[in-house]
Design a binder for this molecule. Structure first.
Ligand SMILES: Nc1ncnc2c1ncn2[C@@H]1O[C@H](COP(=O)(O)OP(=O)(O)OP(=O)(O)O)[C@@H](O)[C@H]1O
Length: 248
């Protein structure tokens, strides 16, 4: 596997408290599930990977370039995009207006902006909804619009924070299908506490708990100290065993 994303000994503070402790992993093209209970540190990790939260120590490299330091910092930051859990954007904007604005925010050159917006709409299958106001979209469509904005600069690494949470089962399956297709050509990291979504999307999972990476490997190999691997009882059993039933 050629690594696109490399995280080296990352420690991150919020306020004066260390939230993430010495996280290291590498990921290439494909889907990686980031699994953890509420408060495990998933959002903090994604923000730090996206170049939005400088670490106390350690580094985040995209194709070998550090997102926070050095000459290639700006170029590396453009190669990673985050789909946040909530998008605080005026609902009266149309999908196309939203994407045009985000293209500007993401420093997409003006001459290629319209083409990039069209490509992003097509990638998430929202061409027919381009003229609709954001506040008239279904939950699944709104998630796809949020994913589209992250695709505008064609990033090598796409980070998604709970993008399937709060949707009905059909919409969740549609988003998983979309993410699987996007993962064919880029590194896709989906953070979620929904075991089923991770299991359906990815064959590889990183388990985060109290800001530490407890596991990084095949979903089938997640196991607790008793050695009951996920392959015996599914990812959920392996995950609960791994975190020792500690869901706080
Ligand atoms: N701005 C902040 N200042 C101080 N502490 C914070 C801040 N943001 C998050 N935290 C703390 O960091 C820890 C991890 O939070 P984070 O939101 O990253 O977890 P999460 O796994 O994404 O959880 P959730 O799924 O509930 O969003 C929590 O204890 C949280 O209270």
């Amino acid at each position: 596997m050629t690594s696109v994303l490399e995280v080296r000994s990352l420690s991150v503070e919020r306020g004066r408290e260390e939230i993430l402790h010495d996280i290291s992993f590498v990921a290439g093209a494909g889907a990686l599930g980031l699994l953890g209970v509420n408060g495990a540190g998933k959002s903090t990790l994604l923000r730090s990977l996206a170049g939005l939260l400088p670490p106390r120590s350690g580094s985040v490299l995209i194709d070998g370039a550090d997102v926070y330091e050095g000459r290639r910092r700006a170029a590396a930051s453009r190669q990673v995009a985050l789909v946040p859990q909530d998008f605080d954007f005026p609902g009266t904007f149309t999908v196309r207006e939203f994407l045009c604005h985000m293209a500007w925010m993401r420093a997409v050159p003006r001459r290629s902006s319209a083409a990039r917006v069209d490509a992003a709409l097509e990638a998430v299958d929202l061409q027919r909804q381009a003229g609709r106001r954001l506040n008239t979209l279904s939950g699944g469509m709104a998630r796809r619009a949020a994913i589209a904005q992250a695709l505008l600069a064609d990033p090598a690494v796409l980070l998604l924070d709970e993008s399937t949470t709060g949707l009905d089962p059909v919409q969740r399956a549609e988003i998983r299908l979309l993410l699987r297709s996007l993962a064919a050509s880029r590194c896709v990291v989906l953070a979620s506490h929904i075991v089923e979504d991770i299991e359906q999307l990815a064959t590889r999972v990183a388990v985060l708990h109290h800001g530490r990476l407890l596991f990084d490997g095949a979903t089938a190999d997640v196991a607790g100290p008793s050695g009951d691997p996920a392959r015996a009882g599914g990812l959920e059993a392996g995950f609960i065993s791994l975190i020792g039933g500690d869901t706080a």
